[in-house]
Write a protein that binds this ligand. Structure first.
Ligand SMILES: Cc1ncc(COP(=O)(O)O)c(C=O)c1O
Length: 399
């Protein structure tokens, strides 16, 4: 029987997380082998999600965890996390309704998107959601009209360095403006509670929380001087999954954050929120695709093009700019490996997964072989296009 092996193996994490590091689980592999699901698909192991939640709770005992629903909004994933005690960060009113339908109480929901349609604020507010992010006066005014009295927090601008998937530029306001906006919130009939930031997704440098925590503490002082007491600090997401490059341990992140909180807030620490998405579900899923075609561009070409049934528009959007480097598992028949360009199935030439990242796959690969993207539980199925080129959205299975 042909063995599936990781052709591009990044080192796994050491220490306490060794068991969860490979980016797949025995249950997922058994499911793929026994059920032979229709492809392409993403398979999520909820036990692994639960395990991540408990590791996270242990590492951050003094923080309240809000799972960022956008990372993987499968109802069964939300239900597993809800049962484990998680709260939920929302990007839309639709996500609020999905959580409410699962019986999750509205006081466990936070609307963290700083750009919202007024009707969506109203919808969420009427459903009992009482906590909203903003980063502009216009958004604050919208919330003031649509959700009178609601709790609001201001998102800070950060540089996003060190993140493989940065969230810079689009969101956040600088320190001075944050103080002005928070101080103005009361005049609009709102309840200013604090600040949030996001250091960028797949943040590989634990020290990147330091500067925004320092900024947040100055904003707390600035607001207090104007009579507005803040008591809420949302440290965002950013905790990484295990892709091709080694990453620091969860403990290293917890320690760096703890040191910064102690340095800047001392004994008057606000309520601390974390909003992980990728960390909780990334390593709990595998994306299995199938090879549709293997071809070379000329007789002399050394690089093979491997075309898959999954691609940039169906399950692998985070390979845009070749930013997220999944570990790839391919059948090994004992032969050598060679450089490949990996592409998706659509007629769009932007649908190239990896061209410049040095991926190698076995030379004896065949059309019809499975190709697995490991640690693919986050931002894969939830990003799939509805029907680009007529391809159905990638299937998802949970076990
Ligand atoms: C406001 C907010 N919170 C949390 C997250 C989750 O981030 P991550 O998946 O890096 O943990 C995101 C991701 O885009 C976000 O925009």
């Amino acid at each position: 029987m042909v063995q599936l092996q990781v052709a591009e193996l990044g080192r796994v994490r050491g220490g306490e997380e060794q068991r969860a590091a490979p980016g797949t689980t025995q249950k997922i592999d058994q499911f793929l082998a026994n059920e032979r699901p229709a492809l392409p698909c993403v398979v999520i192991d909820r036990d692994e999600v639960r395990c991540r939640y408990s590791l996270l709770s242990e590492a951050f005992p003094n923080a309240t965890i809000f799972y960022a629903v956008k990372a993987n909004p499968m109802p069964e994933v939300l239900a597993a996390l809800a049962a484990a005690g998680a709260n939920f960060d929302l990007a839309s009113a639709g996500q609020a309704e999905r959580c409410l339908r699962l019986g999750i109480a509205p006081d466990r929901l936070s609307f963290g998107n700083a750009v919202k349609r007024t009707q969506d604020i109203t919808r969420a507010y009427r459903n009992g959601v009482d906590r909203f992010a903003f980063d502009s006066i216009a958004e604050l005014e919208k919330i003031g009209r649509a959700a009178p009295g609601a709790q609001v927090f201001c998102r800070l601008l950060v540089d996003g360095k060190g993140a493989d998937w940065p969230l810079t530029r689009k969101f956040g306001r600088d320190e001075e403006m944050a103080v002005d906006l928070l101080s103005h919130a009361r005049a609009l009939g709102l309840t200013p509670i604090g600040v949030s930031f996001h250091v960028g997704s797949q943040q590989t440098d634990p020290s990147k929380w330091h500067t925004p925590i320092a900024t947040a503490s100055r904003i707390f002082h600035g607001c207090a001087a104007g009579g507005v007491d803040l008591a809420f600090l949302n440290l965002g997401g950013g905790l990484p999954a295990q892709y091709r490059t080694p990453i620091p341990t969860l403990g290293a992140y917890a320690e760096a954050i703890e040191v910064a909180l102690t340095q800047y807030f001392g004994s008057s620490r606000p309520q601390i929120i974390i909003e992980p998405g990728r960390y909780l579900v990334g390593d709990a899923g595998v994306l299995r695709s199938e090879i549709l075609l293997i071809a070379k561009k000329s007789r002399r070409a050394s690089i093979r093009w491997v075309y898959l049934d999954a691609g940039r528009y169906n399950g692998l959007p985070e390979t845009q700019g070749e930013r997220i480097h999944y570990r790839i598992r391919a059948p090994q028949r004992g032969g050598r490996c060679g450089l490949v360009t990996i592409a998706g199935p659509t007629c769009d030439s932007t649908d190239i997964v990896y061209e410049h990242s040095g991926y190698e796959l076995p030379l004896d690969l065949e059309v019809g072989d499975p190709i697995d993207f490991l640690s693919a539980g986050a931002y894969t199925a939830s990003y799939a296009s509805v029907e680009f080129n007529g391809f159905a959205p990638i299937l998802t299975y949970r076990i």
